[in-house]
Every structure is written in structure tokens, then in C-alpha cells.
Design a protein. Structure first.
Length: 465
């Protein structure tokens, strides 16, 4: 089982989106840390102000004990979200006022310099933030401590974290969407090139346009065009080989046919020799035809690769030139061959079109029974040229009509042939940008093969040979 091919789009997105997500995550953590520090600084400032106020509002009663007016005590302790503890201790840690649960704080140099110390602590198993400040009450140095739980502070941090996560997530999604759009847009030239190549016929070796190609794609397009050029050169060499092969094969076959005819005349009185020579002549004729068809098919396929020159020509004149040999073949088969021709000009190659016409008519004659009719029509249809060859033979079932264009495919094995005639017709028609249509004639019997040639478009002056 083969694994899925790697995706360039997925790879680009992986190396673009993942770093963005990591950077956003890192940014969220850094933002949290930067936001957390000012939040604690603000809490530190509030508690410091409370410690200063505590030192300022403390009074000494007649027994020498410290006490705090009710209004000041309410102001310092009142908090709708958190619990606040107050404590004032002597330098040796003895509690002079406030809550016993507040831990004693060591006097530091920072306190002696008039600053407030801040630290995290635990009171009654609750996490608190506590500040300490050195002061003087009634001439006695004391340490004032103010501690507060972190419920509101923690809730604010949680809201901040959620806000940061949501904002960073939205930013990441927006960036990912932008990157996805950018990657898709950036790969559009590759997709257009893919569609351009995919829409081509397998034998279309015309070079791709290099003008306007992106700098990154230009080397690829150039390399592909060089490959197409080498394939076309190979097709040209194949064409030259086939031309040589045609001469090499046709000459001895023609000699065998001539010698066979001479021997038949020489041994006309010998029935056995005449029968054997007749079989040899028929076999030679079939071999000659098969050789010609194979060469024609190979040349047609090669011509499609090479795009041979085409010129405006009178298709009706070309049919008239082929008429004598076709009429002779029809007379030999005992078939009525008729022509209905209108003057029509198309852009084409005369040699290929002659092969197309000969194979169409020959195919119709082979499958039409003796005494049948074959009609060749040439007319204008919807501004284009329509060539039709119609017979009243057995016809072709609808299910078989696609397969008859396959090489060596024959419906009736009892009829001599190679199964190449319609394959040749298809290749030549494709080379001329013509469409092929198979239909049953109006009579309900036989086959009508229609070749739709495109409208004649005048060639640019420099393209006319």
C-alpha cells in the first residue's frame, strides 16, 4: 500500500503557520508576564498606602496600648472581594496591635531606608500578598504589616489570561487564514500550468509559453519545453525512418505482385498453379494493404506530434482526384458508390486527408454487402465543413462505437482487414482539429461517419507557405 504523496501546500502551511502559532503563544506568555508585574505593583502600592495610613492613624490609650479609630479600621479592612489583615509589631516581633495570624517580618535595610518590603505569604492556609513598613508610634519604632488575599487579583489575572488567549487565537486564525490565502494564490501559477498540461492531448508537444512565467517557474517551463523539443526531434527521426521503411517494403511487395501476375499468365493452363498463384496474389495484396495501413497509421501519429504544415485546399477537388480508384474498388465489390459534393475549402494537409478519405471509403466498401450502396457527401454545416461517408451495411452497435477507433479492433473477424482504418481516420481528424460522429442513417440500416472540420480561418501573412 503506497503512502500519500507529500503536499507542497501542506508543507508550506506547516512551516508558515506553526511558527506563527508558536510566536503568538510566546507573545501571549510574555504579555502575561508584563501585565502581571504592573498588577502586583499596583497591589503593592495600595497595601503600602494602607501601611502608611495604619501608622498615621494609630493612637495610644491611657494604658499604653495601641488602638485604631473605628473609621480608620473600617477604611483599612473593608474589601468586598478579599480579606485584609493588619498587624503592628515591635522590632523584636511582639504583637502590639492587630491580628496574631500575621507573621512577623524581619527588619531589613530596605525598611530602614524608608522603603516598603513586599512578599508572598500564607495566613490560615490562604495565599496572601503582604507588605511591611518601618515606622514610629508614640516614639517607639514598630513594623506595620498589611496582608490581603489575592482573590480579586487572581480573578483579574484570569480574565486577562482569557482575553490574551482569545485575542492571540483570533490573531493566529486571521494570520493563518491570510497565509492560507497567500499560499493558495502563490500556487495558482502551478495549478494553471497543471490544467494547461492536463487539458492537452497526449500527443500535443507544442512548447509552453515562457512569456509572463514567474521567475521561480521559468526554469521548470524551460526544462519542460526542452523535453518536448527532444520528443519532437525523436518523432521527426521516426518519421524519416518510416519513410525509408515505406520504400524498403513497398518495392519488394510491388515486385512480388508483378511477378505473381506474370506467373499467373504464364501458367494459365495449369489449374493447380493458377489457384496457388491466385492465393499468393491475394496474400500479397493483403500484405501490401496491411503494410500501407501500418505505415499510414504511424505517419499519422508522427504527424500529430510534428504538426505538419497545413494550407487552404479544395476538399471537393481532393475527393474527385481519389474518385477513379475508389470507383474501381467499388465496382470490384459490386457496390454502388455515389458522390454528392459541394465546393468546400478547409485548412489541411493533402496527403493526410487523402489517407483519411481512402480509409473511410475502404472501410465502408468492406462492410457493405454486394449490391449495397455507399455515398460520399461533402457540404457546409453550421459555417463549417462536413464530410460524410454513409453505407447500408450491418452498422455498428452503440456499445461498440467507442471501441472501433482502437487499433486492430474489428467487429467481424470474417472480413479481411487489419482493424486500423478507423484508427487512422481518428488520428488524422485529430491532427486537423476535426470531430468524428458515428450515427445510424435515416434508413435505420448501416453506418454514417461524419467528419466535422472547423471553419476556415485565414492564416497570418507570415504563416502562409
Amino acid at each position: 500500500m503506497t503512502s500519500a504523496a507529500p503536499s507542497l501546500r501542506r508543507r508550506l502551511l506547516k512551516w508558515l503557520v506553526l511558527p506563527v502559532l508558536l510566536v503568538n503563544l510566546g507573545g501571549a506568555v510574555i504579555s502575561y508576564q508584563f501585565a502581571r508585574k504592573p498588577a502586583f505593583s499596583a497591589l503593592d502600592g495600595d497595601l503600602t498606602d494602607a501601611a502608611i495610613l495604619l501608622l498615621e492613624q494609630l493612637e495610644v490609650d491611657g494604658n499604653g496600648r495601641l488602638w485604631l479609630p473605628a473609621e480608620a479600621d473600617y477604611l483599612l479592612r473593608h474589601n468586598s472581594h478579599d480579606h485584609v489583615w493588619l498587624a503592628v509589631r515591635s522590632l523584636d516581633g511582639r504583637l502590639l496591635f492587630g491580628d496574631e495570624a500575621v507573621p512577623a517580618q524581619e527588619v531589613t535595610d530596605e525598611m530602614r531606608d524608608g522603603h516598603t518590603t513586599a512578599r508572598r505569604a500564607r495566613i490560615n492556609d490562604r495565599s496572601v500578598f503582604m507588605v511591611g513598613r518601618l515606622g514610629n508610634v508614640a516614639g517607639q519604632p514598630v513594623v506595620a504589616s498589611v496582608a490581603q488575599t489575592l482573590s480579586r487579583h487572581t480573578a483579574a489575572l484570569h480574565r486577562m489570561v482569557i482575553t490574551l488567549v482569545v485575542v492571540q487565537l483570533l490573531v493566529a486564525l486571521l494570520i493563518a487564514a491570510q497565509l492560507l490565502w497567500a499560499v493558495r494564490r502563490g500556487l495558482k501559477p502551478l495549478e494553471r500550468l497543471e490544467r494547461q498540461l492536463d487539458s492537452r492531448h497526449y500527443d500535443d508537444l507544442a512548447p509552453l509559453r515562457e512569456e509572463g512565467a514567474l521567475r521561480e517557474l521559468a526554469p521548470f517551463v524551460t526544462a519542460l519545453n526542452n523535453l518536448l523539443l527532444r520528443v519532437r526531434d525523436g518523432a521527426r527521426n521516426q518519421r524519416a525512418f518510416l519513410d525509408d521503411m515505406a520504400h524498403q517494403l513497398r518495392t519488394p511487395l510491388a515486385g512480388i505482385s508483378t511477378l505473381t501476375q506474370w506467373l499467373r499468365q504464364r501458367h494459365a493452363g495449369d489449374a493447380d498453379s493458377a489457384a496457388a498463384l491466385a492465393q499468393l496474389e491475394a496474400a500479397t495484396e493483403r500484405m501490401t494493404r496491411q503494410t500501407n495501413q501500418l505505415l499510414t497509421l504511424a505517419r499519422a501519429a508522427t504527424a500529430r506530434l510534428e504538426s505538419p504544415p497545413r494550407e487552404p485546399l479544395q476538399l471537393d477537388d481532393l475527393i474527385n482526384e481519389a474518385m477513379p480508384s475508389q470507383l474501381a474498388a467499388a465496382d470490384h465489390h459490386g457496390i454502388d458508390l455515389g458522390y454528392e459534393l459541394e465546393p468546400q475549402t478547409i485548412l489541411g494537409n493533402a496527403f493526410q486527408l487523402r489517407d483519411l478519405l481512402d480509409n473511410l471509403v475502404d472501410n465502408a466498401l468492406r462492410y457493405t454487402p454486394r449490391g449495397g450502396q455507399v455515398t460520399v457527401r461533402l457540404r457546409s454545416h453550421a459555417g463549417a465543413t462536413l464530410l460524410e461517408v454513409e453505407d447500408d451495411g450491418p452498422g455498428i452497435p452503440e456499445a461498440e462505437r467507442e471501441r472501433i477507433f482502437e487499433r486492430f479492433y474489428r467487429l467481424d473477424r470474417g472480413i479481411h482487414g487489419t482493424g486500423l482504418g478507423l484508427a487512422i481516420v481518428r488520428d488524422i481528424a485529430t491532427a486537423h482539429d476535426a470531430g468524428i460522429e458515428l450515427a445510424t442513417p435515416a434508413s435505420g440500416r448501416g453506418l454514417r461517419v461524419a467528419i466535422h472540420f472547423p471553419p476556415l480561418v485565414p492564416l497570418p501573412m507570415e504563416a502562409v507557405p
